[in-house]
Design a protein around this ligand. Structure first.
Ligand code: KG4
Ligand code: ZN
Length: 337
């Protein structure tokens, strides 16, 4: 089965063709970073307009790269939520139009389930059940994943998402947007033990990153301005270490609590080099297998949406033309909506 995936929930316009839910035939992503960077974050109105401009060329490119035409496609999967409603509606409208014109089935997919499902495009695929950490710009949550559409939440952030913690730190240090990638690169030259930033809520299953952010702000205020260039790598490496420490500790503890030996990490922050290294190392020590998609499938993409779509279509799910976008759609409610 060939599924065309479409993703437009935030600031990436993406389309992909996936075969049988496991083989990536094409994966096209048009980033809007340049349009938003001068504002230091995503501007919803600009995002919707940019999606409208990009979506048709991106879909055409995905078909072309896969060497197929719309006539070869068996079904369409589109992100239904969570995300920016104006952005989501661009993808949903185009998905409906193609489905109508081609007489194809289409399904709306939960973006967070997509992030987790990205792992099925890797050569090493985990068996169910597993514990999944979804770490992105909008979410930081740990789940027990029993199957597609069957997920229990274990813990989540009470304030900022881990990706936001990266982005806000980069903003405070004038490193540009989006902060995660910049900090990842800069931290490679820094000492992670240079400053001991707080690791909040250690005993809880939930996360909190606002104290860490304040602690960085206080540190910056005490320094001479501008902060010396050669101190920056040490500062961001220490900050990154505090984030990675709590993500790692709580996810592995959740796996222990659930007596599960498999952990999946996904979402934009899972592209982080230090996070990947620490997860592989520590889980290996504990006899747990960690699965992390390649970086390009951790950040937003449409291939992950096609994987979930394939599963829904195979189960006979068909959405109707009155399908609407949903801005908030917790993953544990995935089978309810
Ligand atoms: O999953 P994603 O592409 O979009 C959302 O669904 O939010 O995640 C974007 C987030 C941003 O906060 C970005 O700074 C962060 O992922 N990110 C990273 C890295 N690449 C992207 N954070 C740390 N290290 C990275 N290499
Ligand atoms: Zn995402």
């Amino acid at each position: 089965m060939l599924v065309l995936g479409i993703e437009s929930s935030c600031d990436e316009t993406a389309a992909a063709v996936v075969q049988d839910g496991i083989t990536l035939r094409s994966n096209v992503i048009a980033s809007q970073i340049d349009a938003h960077s001068q504002y230091g974050g995503v501007v919803p109105e600009i995002a919707s307009r940019k999606h409208i401009e990009a979506i048709i060329p991106v879909i055409m490119q995905a078909l072309d790269d896969a060497g197929v035409s719309l006539r070869d496609i068996d079904g369409i999967a589109v992100t239904r939520g969570p995300g920016l409603v104006g952005s989501l509606l661009v993808g949903i409208s185009v998905a409906k139009s193609i489905a109508y014109a081609q007489g194809l089935p289409f399904v709306g997919v939960n973006h967070l389930e997509g992030h987790i499902a990205a792992i099925f495009l890797s050569e090493q695929r985990p068996a169910f059940p597993f514990v999944a950490l979804v770490v992105s710009g909008g979410h930081t949550s740990v789940y027990l994943v029993k199957d597609f559409g069957n997920v229990n939440i274990i813990g989540q952030t009470r304030d900022d998402a881990a990706g936001e913690a990266f982005d806000k730190a980069a903003k405070m240090l004038d490193l540009g947007y989006p902060g995660g990638v910049v900090i990842d690169g800069l931290a490679k030259k820094g000492d992670p033990a240079y400053i001991h930033f707080p690791r909040s809520m250690r005993d809880s299953k939930d996360f909190s990153f606002s104290g860490l952010k304040t602690s960085l702000l206080n540190y910056i205020k005490k320094r001479e301005h501008p902060i010396k260039k050669d101190e920056l790598p040490d500062i961001v490496a220490s900050y990154q270490e505090a984030i990675v420490d709590v993500l790692l500790e709580k996810t592995l503890r959740a796996a222990d609590d659930c007596s599960v030996k498999r952990v999946v990490v996904s979402g934009g922050v899972a592209a982080n080099g230090r996070l990947r290294e620490r997860f592989y190392e520590k889980s290996h020590e504990k006899g747990i297998d960690t699965y992390i998609p390649p970086a390009v499938l951790c950040t937003d993409n449409a291939a992950m949406i096609a994987v979930v779509g394939e599963n829904l279509l195979q189960k006979g799910r068909r959405d109707s033309f009155d399908l609407n976008a949903v801005s908030r759609w917790p993953l544990e409610m995935v089978s309810v909506l």
